[in-house]
Design a protein around this ligand. Structure first.
Ligand SMILES: *Cc1c(COP(=O)(O)O)cnc(C)c1O
Length: 315
């Protein structure tokens, strides 16, 4: 039985908080954080925002099985498995690479939620967008609602654009000038852009190396029905070596941030986002009296696995 119902819509709003730091006083800016890492229900963070309307659509169209793709530490795999458990969908995760025992905490959680894990080699995995490969999966698993890797599609953008309305309701007297978030596929950022007005600006921090992110975001916005009003740009200088790469400066920043503000940051996305924000404030990239809002997109489930691999470097 699929239970996509009121529970899905009456979810408690994630809080918005203000951070205080001598740096902000000196630079005369204010920084707010939308704590989507605390979002309820538990398929947490932006992956929940991206799934929401997909689950509604899957239910409306009579699907009982969700199938998606991801790497072994994927927040998206984790969230889809969790959504399946909560809302009564069967879930299939097509995972890049071999099954390694014991499973890492991400995949173990997915399997505990009832997700069927299908491990495929890296070259087959590259066919994930290929129609013939998807047809093969349909033949094997029956009627499946297909979610792309990372969960980005137009329904995902719709879910993410709701962040803006929530923040406006939570900070009714506050004019936010800059909205920032980390970019993986750019779906969350594109959703955010869609929600903004013409006097606001969105800045996406790419966590991947390369200059393609703005193009990806533009493509997502081009096929959207909703024409964006706000200015936006992608910053490509804070990837720290590339996707899922890290260095001592990033690790130290994340640990200091946790001690100072009691807010954990994942090393893949939000560590890089907040590191970037600090550097940009230090470099006077925001005019005096700017109000800045950062969306903390969650991803905290990955910290345990990260520490297992890299010797417990995160506090
Ligand atoms: C997936 C993810 C992102 C990136 O979202 P996109 O929509 O793919 O750009 C950011 N933060 C966290 C924690 C994520 O899991």
């Amino acid at each position: 039985m699929i239970r996509v119902d009121n529970e899905l819509f009456n979810n408690k709003k994630s809080p918005v908080i203000e951070l205080h730091d001598d740096l902000f006083t000196k630079k005369e800016i204010r920084l707010f954080v939308k704590r989507d890492d605390l979002i309820e229900p538990a398929p947490s963070g932006n992956k929940w925002r991206k799934l929401k309307y997909n689950l509604v659509q899957a239910k409306q169209e009579g699907y009982e099985k969700l199938l998606t793709f991801g790497g072994a530490f994927s927040n998206h795999i984790y969230a889809v498995a969790e959504a399946g458990r909560r809302f009564g969908f069967q879930t299939i995760g097509v995972i890049r690479g071999e099954r390694i025992q014991p499973l890492n905490p991400t995949l173990q959680h997915a399997e505990n939620c009832g997700m069927h894990l299908l491990f495929i080699d890296r070259s087959t995995y590259r066919l994930k967008k290929d129609k013939a490969f998807q047809d093969q999966l349909s033949q094997r698993f029956g009627k499946i609602y297909l979610l792309p890797e990372g969960g980005t599609n137009q329904l995902a953008l719709q879910g993410c654009s709701e962040i803006v309305a929530e923040v406006r309701a939570q900070l009714p007297d506050m004019n936010i000038n800059y909205w920032l978030t980390a970019c993986g596929t750019g779906g969350t950022f594109a959703g955010l852009v869609q929600g903004l007005e013409s006097d606001e600006k969105a800045i996406g921090i790419s966590v991947l190396k390369g200059d393609f992110m703005a193009g990806e975001v533009q493509q997502l916005l081009d096929i959207s029905q909703h024409k964006p009003q706000a200015a936006w740009e992608i910053n490509t200088t804070f990837h720290h070596g590339g996707y899922a790469k890290h260095n001592p400066a990033l690790i130290e920043f994340i640990n200091t941030f946790k001690t100072k503000f009691d807010i954990p940051l994942d090393p893949i996305y939000n560590g890089k986002l907040f590191y970037a924000i600090w550097k940009m404030i230090e470099a006077d990239q925001f005019p005096k009296e700017s109000n800045i809002l950062a969306v903390h997109t969650g991803g905290l489930q990955g910290i345990t696995g990260f520490n297992e691999r890299f010797g417990g470097v995160l506090v």
